[in-house]
Design a protein around this ligand. Structure first.
Ligand code: HEC
Length: 210
């Protein structure tokens, strides 16, 4: 009996040693390495994307409330835009986003304004600084589901402080897609002109995105 046990333990040790020698990696793949796939529920509502803050940050247009007539921006106030690296790479190569691309625009307020234009002074100068998270809009490229709106679906998860909506139904053309169709149909329904990483291809070398 003892002999058998020893043989088993010896065998296990051998397997461990071989694994080490062959450098077999048994760690699970980190979540952000897996391609993200848009999830829809049975009513066709999009589930709020997760993990997007680890995607490529392509830009941050800013529309402070205080600069708008009426004091309220449609999308208050910073618009942080995230796209998965594989989709950024594909756009840089082909000028189009692949089927399944998800773009997240996460809103933040400006940090506690002290001037009427919404700005404040910090050691770096007078200007705008990120305040708290304040909502999310998402676009999804799916030529079957969203053929009516140039292959992209538009979703609003709330323009307010967290918690945000857990799921969102496709927004109407007048609420969202219409403005993108009217202005950026030529650049895959996306405002490439505001994202230097995608716009100024000559400044992008592979090493900067590694
Ligand atoms: C009146 C025009 C207009 C409407 C309506 C509009 N957008 Fe946009 N959208 C823009 C502009 C301009 C930008 C880029 C600059 C910015 O964010 O200020 C943008 C950017 C975006 C982005 C970032 C990716 C990109 O296309 O550049 C997403 C995502 C987005 N919008 C989703 C939505 C959703 C969802 C709605 C409806 C709730 C919506 N948009 C309605 C004008 C509009």
């Amino acid at each position: 009996m003892k002999k058998y046990l020893l043989a088993i333990i010896g065998g296990l040790g051998l397997v461990a040693a071989i694994s080490l020698l062959l450098n077999i990696n048994t760690r699970p793949i980190a979540a952000q390495d897996k391609p993200f796939t848009a999830q829809f529920d049975s009513d066709g509502k999009l589930k709020r994307p997760t993990g997007y803050r680890a995607w490529v940050f392509v830009g941050a247009p800013l529309t402070p409330n205080a600069l708008q007539l009426g004091g309220k921006a449609n999308f208050p106030e910073y618009h942080h835009v995230y796209i998965e690296k594989r989709n950024v790479d594909a756009y840089l190569k082909t000028g189009e986003f692949p089927e399944g691309t998800v773009i997240v625009k996460e809103l933040t307020r400006v940090l506690n304004p002290t001037f009427p234009d919404g700005s404040r002074t910090e050691p770096s100068g007078r200007g705008y600084f990120n305040g708290e998270y304040n909502g999310m809009d998402v676009t999804v490229k799916d030529s079957k589901r969203f053929a009516q709106t140039n292959n992209w679906g538009f979703f609003n998860f709330g323009h307010h402080a967290w918690p945000l909506e857990e799921s969102s139904k496709e927004a109407s053309v007048s609420e969202c897609a219409g403005c993108h169709i009217a202005n950026v149909a030529q650049t895959d329904m996306t405002w490439i002109q505001f994202y230097p990483l995608l716009r100024d291809k000559e400044h992008v070398s592979g090493s900067q995105l590694q």
